[in-house]
Design a binder for this molecule. Sequence first.
Ligand code: ZN
Length: 305
Amino acid sequence: MQGVDLVDRDVLLITLDSCRYDVAADANTPHLSRLGPLLRAESPGTYTLPAHAALFNGFLPRPASGRFLLSGKPVEMIWRSAAARPTGGSVAVTFTGPTLMEHYVERGHRVIGAGGVTFFDPADTANSLPKPFPEFHYFGRSSRALSNLDSRVADRADTLPLTHVETLADRCADADHFFLFVNCSSTHIPYTTPNSPLTEQTSDALRRLYRLHDTKVPWPAGPPPLSRDDVRHLLDMQRRALEWADHQLGRLFARLATRRPLVVVCADHGEEFGESGRYGHGHPHSSVSTVPLWCGLLDPEEYSG
Ligand SMILES: [Zn+2]
């Protein structure tokens, strides 16, 4: 990309776990909007593991509306492996090494990861996603902990990575160059945040939704297990969880804006709420593969004063 030196930029790569595109389009996200227009994109994965495996290899969700814009200039790809077939399209950063993390380590960046869903628990030796990070901070529940509805339908604060933005910002600010990845779990079921605790009504709807997620088969004919009001209520919970994430990301952006980092924020996958009879993710459906994406270069003037 001519005129903008992106190769050695600091990087913020953020995933909003399970966030639906239509929820993002309805949400008030002033900090994400400052990055650039909301793009409707298509994820290469239907659940956390394949979506992040692709992402860490430079394969972002592909925009289905508009193009990636960086400082107003369109690019076909933000990251592309040097080992990939040559392309005539514009690429912001060509990376070497099998993953983005190994590439940025090689270039001398401090590479930091943070996660909140159990695929990122580094204590579980079966988890591959945190392994390429020399430094990983996991805030979620143990992936091997016994889980039942009482432990899953719960208020959350410290287990959400974005509760800890100041700590993460400190670690980036201390480094000459940084690459920070954060998997945000606030938009993942149960959608609770410090700003949106459980109520009796939401607890009941979430318990039914968890049972439907666990079923993983289309609901048989008959009345839907969640009413339209239930679904509207649950989607509203995810919207508020995204708005809380936007507020927290605004604090992170304010701390790091003077570094003018390259920022990509997207969902790893969406979530179905019964549109074709199923609930949750991990199966192919447009509500699962369609995700929101924002990208841009942080402008320190937006955060001055
Ligand atoms: Zn996920």
